[in-house]
Design a protein around this ligand. Structure first.
Ligand code: NI
Length: 183
């Protein structure tokens, strides 16, 4: 297992569509998945897409709380490995929330995303995955899958006035969220 370098906004690998994976069980893909997990944990990210580690393949991993109706007993953080994903919105409802990206270091942005989606693909063993997701789970899935189409979150933003430095996010947004939680 190796910790890989992460491509940053502007590198061509982040701007191009990634290629489908024919067989996820090959040693190359299994090693890629191991390295992506080590890299995501080291960078303290919630998700990572293969193009972010310079591999233009349709592979993403992310950690999100899966809800009870997704076959998990209690709401808990679970690692999802998703290969050749497709996403279908299940409602027109759009939610705005803050996102960061390991390829866009130092910034946070307010990004509109579908609140309720269905996604499908295959896992690391080639078994089919089909899930419904809402909230953060839906958001992280859309963010990671956008990487496979060469899209970074600032391209999804409605208002670039809401693209701000992490230091200001901590001062003004995270602090406000804490106040709201107290209220
Ligand atoms: Ni990202």
């Amino acid at each position: 297992m190796a910790i890989l370098k992460i491509a940053k906004m502007g590198h061509p690998v982040l701007r191009q569509p990634a290629e489908a994976v024919d067989d996820p069980t090959t040693p190359e893909i299994q090693a890629l998945l191991d390295d992506m997990l080590a890299t995501m944990i080291d960078a303290e990210g919630a998700g990572l897409a293969a193009p972010q580690v310079y591999v233009p393949k349709r592979v993403v991993i992310f950690v999100a709380p899966l809800s009870k109706d997704e076959g998990i007993e209690e709401q808990e953080d679970a690692l999802t490995t998703l290969i050749n994903p497709t996403i279908e919105p299940l409602s027109d409802e759009i939610e705005l929330d803050w996102e960061g990206c390991l390829s866009v270091p130092g910034l946070h942005g307010l990004v509109p995303r579908f609140n309720h989606i269905r996604y499908s693909g295959i896992d690391q063993n080639g078994a089919p995955i089909e899930r419904e997701a809402t909230g953060f789970h839906a958001r992280v899935t859309q963010h990671e899958c956008d990487h496979l189409d060469g899209i970074l979150y600032p391209q999804r933003m409605a208002n670039l006035a809401d693209l701000i430095f992490d230091s200001e996010y901590r001062h003004y947004i995270a602090a406000q969220k804490t106040e709201e939680e107290k209220a």
